[in-house]
Unconditional design. Structure first.
Length: 53
């Protein structure tokens, strides 16, 4: 199985990668999408997706 994914609790060593994913996700939002309401409204128009590095 080449597509094996191991799920485990995050550790302190994961913090930098988690932060990078978070920042890239926020930067990827369209202009004008601000605050929880704006993000929720935008997400409602998206298909579910999984981002894996």
């Amino acid at each position: 199985m080449d597509d094996l994914l191991i799920v485990r609790p995050a550790t302190r060593a994961d913090c930098e990668a988690i932060y990078r994913v978070h920042v890239e996700a926020v930067r990827g939002l369209p202009a004008g999408t601000q605050g929880k309401d704006g993000i929720e409204k935008w997400l409602a128009t998206r298909e579910p997706a999984v981002y894996v590095e």
